[in-house]
Ligand binder design. Structure first.
Ligand code: NAD
Length: 318
């Protein structure tokens, strides 16, 4: 990779930033890694899918054939993988291949930005710490658009010291960085937020369908509720009916946005945390079931606000 000096002092932009091994260059990881490179961070990237490697290479990421080579050079090992099982296997390895923990330098920070179970986030952090390293979880919101624009929100679980060290890197990839507590609590914040979001989108959608049945126009319903106590993000930013909020996915046949499959995934993680804690969250569980069925059909690839169509169809019998 070519590094350039941007002033007369010969300083290299980003040269005081930690070197990163970026593992998982998919829809989110690819553009996040590209933004780090654009800011001058030394990034070595790896993915098991060749097409993801090619796409990352075209954005300036130095891709490697063996993730252990990337890890050996890195100060931060950032994972952006589908599930907790993927993260734990990547860290510890499998009978077929050694794990990332086997190749890291002392003081390395293992930073997982995937969305995974809170218990698995704690497990992964403990695995890294027991191997002598430091660890953090920093799941994101903002989707692929936010990953590309560098405007993600990071919810960070880490010690104060690790949080401070990671902050400059996270600032490059995101617009909002919140320290939520120690390892695992970033994931906790994310699933709590998304449980509210899933429940509130269903509530807003049910209310619109009821309003329609009662003869109230979508516009009148929106005008009243957006200025009343039912006001929420699901209504005023991601409104599930076309018209009142021209930028909401309902105006483009529910092209996501935030896909139903991802909402179903996050509510499954929330349900797992409810099971583990014994919290009596009836609406959170019901929302999880509703989105699971939605994502089994065509809802998987639609924005999660498309749930209103399911509610409207189920209400047509009477
Ligand atoms: P993705 O499937 O596009 O990317 C995951 C990548 O990981 C794939 O390219 C896959 O090949 C790679 N991978 C799997 N196992 C690997 C391994 N052992 N080593 C290296 N690479 C490996 O998924 P995504 O949309 O980029 O999401 C990544 C994470 O971010 C998930 O946990 C997801 O829930 C979360 N997330 C996604 C969004 C979104 O809008 N897509 C938003 C917020 C959070």
């Amino acid at each position: 990779m070519t590094e350039t000096s941007d002033d007369a002092t010969g300083a290299v932009p980003g040269s005081d930033l930690p070197r990163v091994a970026f593992i998982g260059l998919g829809n989110m990881g690819g553009p996040m890694a590209a933004n780090l490179v654009a800011a001058g961070v030394v990034v070595h990237g790896f993915d098991v899918v060749p097409a993801a490697l090619d796409a990352a290479r075209s954005k300036g990421v130095t891709v490697v054939d063996d993730p252990l080579d990337a890890v050996a050079e890195a100060e931060v090992v950032l994972t952006m993988l589908p599930s907790g099982q993927h993260v734990k296997e990547a860290y510890a390895g499998t009978p077929e291949r050694p794990g990332l923990l086997s190749a890291a330098r002392a003081e390395t920070i293992f930073l997982d930005c995937s969305t995974i179970n809170t218990s698995e986030a704690v497990e992964a952090a403990n695995m890294a710490r027991e191997a002598g390293f430091r660890a953090a979880d920093a799941p994101v919101s903002g989707g692929v658009v936010g990953a590309e624009a560098g405007t993600l929100a990071f919810m960070v679980g880490a010690t104060e010291e690790v949080f401070s060290e990671l902050h400059p890197l996270l600032d490059i990839m995101g617009r909002r960085v919140v320290h939520c507590g120690d390892a695992g609590l970033g994931q906790a914040a994310k699933i709590c937020n998304n449980m509210i979001l899933g429940v509130s989108m269903i509530a807003v959608s049910e209310a619109f369908v009821l309003a329609e049945k009662l003869g109230l126009s979508d516009e009148a319903m929106f005008d009243v509720v957006s200025g009343a106590t039912g006001q929420c993000w699901a209504l005023t930013t991601n409104c599930p009916v076309p018209g009142p909020v021209p930028t909401s996915p309902a105006n483009r046949d529910f092209a996501p946005g935030f896909a139903g499959a991802l909402m179903a995934k996050d509510l499954t993680l929330a349900a797992n945390a409810l099971d583990e804690t014994g919290v009596d969250a009836q609406l959170g569980r019901a929302a999880g079931e509703i989105y699971r069925r939605f994502a089994e059909g065509e809802g998987a690839g639609l924005d999660f606000s498309g749930i209103i169509t399911t509610i409207r169809e189920a209400s047509q019998e009477r």
